[in-house]
Structures are given as structure tokens and as C-alpha cells.
Design a binder for this molecule. Structure first.
Ligand code: 48H
Length: 260
């Protein structure tokens, strides 16, 4: 066999095996931002079968760009245990006890590596365009290639069956919107609908991101900015402790759910 054929057939075969073996999983995660990467890491480390679908070529979401493209972010002391677990270094901010800066490129790459190394499978350049909704239950995801989505090609999608779905799509809460608008689900919020993100209030947004991380419909969870948008929390800017803690919290909730 020529080397050209060896390379191409090996890639097609191993990718196909990876995808086929993850068409049915415990947890299907939408979006590869910091909160869902921590969730993917913790879930896979605990033995759950996890597939994460990220629309962009590079997972990491809003981590890479730091604050206004200055590629540093801030994390608080109560989330440094997660940084330690993932081998991410951090530096104290002078005169601001309990706050640290870290290199956002190191953080994004370590979160991705941590999730994959723990056993989660990441499928990049794939967009989730719908959910499976069967007999009143959320049963998984409907996926397609991002280039298909971007070019507006009329190509039917494929599906991923899962016990739980995690919306980690950030500010737009795409999966929760699909659930409310297409499946006409009533979410576990005061109105049953998405309340919508409020303006910036750093400490409130950091706390509410973690508080709002929960199951919003049986089998349907939200973390990070998505959870905060669903429940009408304030935004917080380039401070990431809440995102990391949200990922860890939702992993615990999902593990409890799938073990029941
Ligand atoms: C596949 C999708 C789809 C889809 C979206 O926004 P993220 O970084 O996610 P979080 O919530 O973990 O982190 C939020 C943080 O980055 C942030 O924005 C902060 C702290 N903002 C504060 C402020 O004041 O603005 O990542 C979400 C990811 C992205 O990579 C998207 O491409 C991806 O989800 N995504 N992937 N299918 N339908 N929708």
C-alpha cells in the first residue's frame, strides 16, 4: 500500500471508529467553552462516556481571547483547586488578595488536553443543530458539520443518543432555546422560559453562574454562561472562576443523575 493510502485510510478508519463508538453516550455536551471542558474532564475521569461537540475548529470558547484580546484572565482563590487539577499555573494579583492572573492560552490548551486525556471525545467543527425529543424526553443531539451549517447546504444531519445533554453553548444558550422554541419544553425557571442575561456585575455574576448551573428539564442541564443566561444572571467579564466551578458542579449533578 502506498504511504498516501496508508495515511488517508488510517485517518478515515480511526475517525469513523471514534465517531461510531460515540453515537451513543452517557453525556452529550454542546460547546467546548471552559465550563463544559471542566465538566467533560470530571465526567470522563469518573468513568462516564462523554462526547463533546464544538462548532469551531478550536475548542476553548471565550478563553483564548482573555480580556479584550489581552490574553490573560483572572481566577479567584476558590477555583484554584480546579487549576491545580489541570496543571494550569497562576500568579497572585498584588493588593487583591484571593485573585490571580493566568495565561489564557495556557488555560484553554490545558482544559482541552485535560478533557481529552481524561477520556472525553471532542468532535470539533461540528455544530449541534437540534435535539432528539422523544415521548416527552430529551434523548440526545442532532449534529452536522459546521461548514455545512455555514454554507447553508441542504444536507441532513446525524444523531447522537445520550442519557443526558449539557448545554455549554455560552451566552446564547442555543440548546435551551431549541428546547423552549421547538420542543416547547417548560424549563425549571420562574417563567418556564429563558430569562435572559443581565448587564455586568462581577461578583453577582460569578456567584449566580454557579447557582444557576442545574438540570432545567429531565436530562437537560446547563452550565457556564448558558446557565446564567437561562436564569437571568449578570455578566462578569474576563474572570473565570465561576465558569470552572460551574463545570465541576454540573459534572457532579450529571453523575448523580446517570448513576440513579
Ligand atoms: C456546537 C456550539 C454551539 C452549537 C455554541 O461561551 P463559551 O466560552 O462557554 P462558557 O459558558 O463555558 O464560558 C463563557 C466565557 O467564555 C465567557 O463568555 C465569559 C466569562 N463572558 C463574560 C462576559 O461578561 O462576557 O463557549 C461556548 C462554546 C463556543 O466555543 C461555541 O463555539 C460553542 O460553545 N457552541 N458548539 N454546536 N450549537 N453553540
Amino acid at each position: 500500500m502506498s504511504i498516501e493510502n496508508v495515511i488517508s485510510s488510517a485517518i478515515v478508519r480511526t475517525f469513523s471508529e471514534k465517531l461510531v463508538s460515540h453515537l451513543e453516550v452517557d453525556v452529550a455536551i454542546v460547546g467546548g467553552g471552559p465550563s463544559s471542558l471542566v465538566a467533560a474532564h470530571d465526567l470522563a475521569k469518573a468513568g462516564a462516556k462523554v462526547a463533546l461537540f464544538e462548532r469551531k475548529l478550536a475548542p476553548g470558547g471565550g478563553t483564548w481571547g482573555g480580556g479584550m484580546l489581552f490574553n490573560e484572565v483572572v481566577v479567584q482563590a476558590d477555583a484554584t483547586d480546579i487549576l491545580e487539577d489541570l496543571g494550569i499555573r497562576y500568579v497572585p494579583i498584588p493588593n487583591a488578595e484571593g485573585y490571580f492572573t493566568l495565561d489564557s492560552v495556557e488555560m484553554a490548551s490545558a482544559l482541552i488536553y485535560g478533557a481529552v486525556h481524561a477520556g472525553a471525545k471532542i468532535f470539533n467543527a461540528m455544530s449541534v443543530e437540534d435535539i432528539i425529543f422523544k415521548e416527552g424526553k430529551v434523548g440526545g443531539l442532532v449534529i452536522n458539520w459546521t461548514p455545512v451549517e455555514r454554507l447553508g447546504m441542504h444536507v441532513d444531519p446525524l444523531t447522537v443518543v445520550s442519557k443526558c445533554v449539557l448545554d455549554g453553548t455560552g451566552h446564547p444558550s442555543e440548546i435551551m432555546n431549541l428546547a423552549v422554541n421547538k420542543a416547547q419544553i417548560s424549563l425549571n425557571t420562574p417563567t418556564g422560559k429563558i430569562l435572559g442575561e443581565k448587564p455586568m456585575w462581577v461578583d453577582s455574576g460569578e456567584a449566580s453562574t454557579v447557582d444557576n448551573t442545574q438540570e432545567y428539564f429531565p436530562g437537560l442541564f446547563a452550565c457556564g454562561m448558558s446557565a446564567n443566561n437561562v436564569m437571568g444572571g449578570y455578566r462578569m467579564g474576563p474572570i473565570f472562576g465561576g465558569m470552572l466551578k460551574s463545570g465541576r458542579k454540573v459534572a457532579g449533578l450529571i453523575l448523580d443523575n446517570i448513576r440513579q
